[in-house]
Unconditional design. Structure first.
Length: 485
């Protein structure tokens, strides 16, 4: 069952779980409200070490960590970024930080950042990466490569490039590598290289030498994710593995390395004399012509990227947070200060004590207690969150019925202990698309209920923390349009 096909799905993309929090001293009629962005830093895009600080670009903003045992500094759309959707952060030769995000390049200074918008046809363009080059920056965008001047008029776009040889035009530029006077770009349509001494020349497709799947079928894909230079050779990360490029007068060849690794790679990092590669299920290292796999325990999912700070390794995941192996080399544990479970928020409710309960389309439900998010495994993605008169949160799910969070415990109601019903093809798969309450009763809308009774009603006065024996406290409603069937 594809929940994306449901027109009734309410999806709030956490550009923020932006909670409008009235200051404690504020009263009805107050002229101003204080806004706070509550966002997740678990979806990691890039990690950089700058001045002994780990800077993490995420879908929820920037996280700067100096102490593994303490919360890091958090920067979001209200801190000069203008967006929470951040993809890269670097420090240039002058010590200035630059950040790419959704629709903007940011000259980042704490408390005094400046944004440069990137638009096409009045729509903001996603940016993916940035590389320093003297007075200029090279920016990888959703539809090509951009040259940005740091010095002219305080910063401005100089030119953009959209056609690279015979590759498909307007590709996503995922990564950029500068080697002397040469620029390499990893794109969604293939790999391209050119000399950059005369930027105007790069407008011509003929100025680029390209490596695409048409001429190099051994790549198996046109989507090139990363490009690095290591021990005199070029390596690329693709959806089909890591490849080394060998060029000679006779032509060019790509060799998959290691030969057996034909899976999606997410990042390549050169650290001293070692090339680290991150891929589905693990992380690998290549040095002295040998491969090793230093991370082997504690991985919650596929690592996306990582860095070594000289003492231990940080590892970032796509949606699963940030981990480190400080306590035991090769065994990672979670860095706990990364906010709520995710940034795709399906529902939010706040009770009289200001306890926030949020549901997420791809993660568990969670409550914001103090400065910590406590997750509750409701087995499925959430659709809606409502409160009863006691301030308890009720959560509708896509597949696991309804849950109530009461006294730090999540209790489930499904087809076995209520009048909730599953779908035709799988009666145990209970999809609840909406919840409402009038104080006495809870109303749940079952999607494609097998018995054609789409509305289940629970008597809140007779529902307890233990669902055993509570079936009689539930009723159903049969729509008039179906009553004669």
């Amino acid at each position: 069952m594809d929940r994306q096909k449901s027109s009734g799905l309410k999806r709030y993309f956490l550009f923020c779980l932006t909670a409008s929090l009235i200051a404690l001293s504020g009263l009805p009629g107050a002229a101003e409200a204080e806004w706070k962005t509550i966002t997740s830093f678990k979806d990691v895009r890039r990690m950089r070490f700058i001045n002994d600080t780990l800077w993490v670009a995420t879908s929820g903003g920037i996280l700067a960590v100096t102490d593994v045992d303490s919360p890091g500094r958090k920067f979001d759309n209200l801190d000069g970024l203008g967006t929470t959707d951040i993809t890269d952060i670097i420090e240039d030769a002058d010590g200035q930080k630059w950040v790419t995000g959704f629709g903007r390049l940011i000259k980042f200074t704490e408390g005094n950042s400046k944004q440069f918008l990137f638009e096409k046809d009045n729509s903001l363009l996603p940016l993916h990466c940035v590389v320093d080059d003297g007075d200029n920056l090279w920016v990888g965008a959703e539809i090509g490569l951009v040259l940005f001047s740091k010095t002219i008029d305080g910063g401005q776009i100089q030119d953009s490039y959209h056609q690279f040889g015979n590759l498909n035009p307007n590709p996503i530029v995922n990564d950029i590598l500068l080697v002397g006077d040469t620029i390499w770009i990893a794109t969604s349509s293939g790999l391209a290289v050119s000399e950059k001494t005369n930027p105007a020349r790069l407008k011509s497709p003929a100025a680029w030498t390209v490596f695409g799947i048409d001429n190099y079928p051994e790549l198996g894909t046109e989507d090139i994710r990363r490009v690095v230079w290591f021990e005199g050779a070029l390596y690329i990360a693709t959806a089909k593995g890591m490849f080394r490029l060998d060029r000679s007068a006779g032509g060019a060849t790509f060799t998959r390395t290691p030969s057996w690794l034909g899976t999606w790679l997410t990042d390549l990092k050169v650290e001293n004399d070692t090339l680290f590669f991150y891929y589905r299920y693990a992380m690998g290292a290549f040095a002295d012509s040998r491969f090793s796999y230093p991370l082997h325990e504690g991985l919650p999912s596929s690592p996306y990227t990582g860095l070594n700070n000289g003492a231990f390794r940080w590892v970032g995941f796509s949606g699963e947070g940030i981990y480190h192996d400080r306590d035991s080399a090769g065994v990672v544990v979670e860095y706990p200060y990364t906010g709520p479970p995710g940034n795709n928020v399906s529902g939010i409710a706040v009770n009289a004590t200001r306890l926030i309960t949020a549901g997420f389309t791809e993660q568990k439900a969670a409550q914001y207690v103090g400065e910590t998010w406590i997750g509750y495994d409701v087995h499925s993605s959430t659709m809606e969150v409502v409160l009863d008169c006691s301030g308890n949160a009720w959560v509708a799910t896509w597949g696991s019925g309804v849950w109530v969070i009461e006294e730090d415990t999540a209790v489930n109601y499904d087809e076995t202990n209520s009048s909730l019903r599953g779908i035709d093809s799988d009666p145990g798969y209970v999809v609840v698309r909406g919840l409402a309450t009038d104080g006495r009763y809870l109303y749940a809308a079952c999607y494609r209920a097998i018995n054609r009774y789409p509305i289940a009603i629970g008597d809140l006065d007779n529902l307890t923390a233990s669902p055993a024996g509570t079936r009689l406290a539930w009723m159903t409603v049969l729509p008039a349009s179906l009553s004669t069937r």
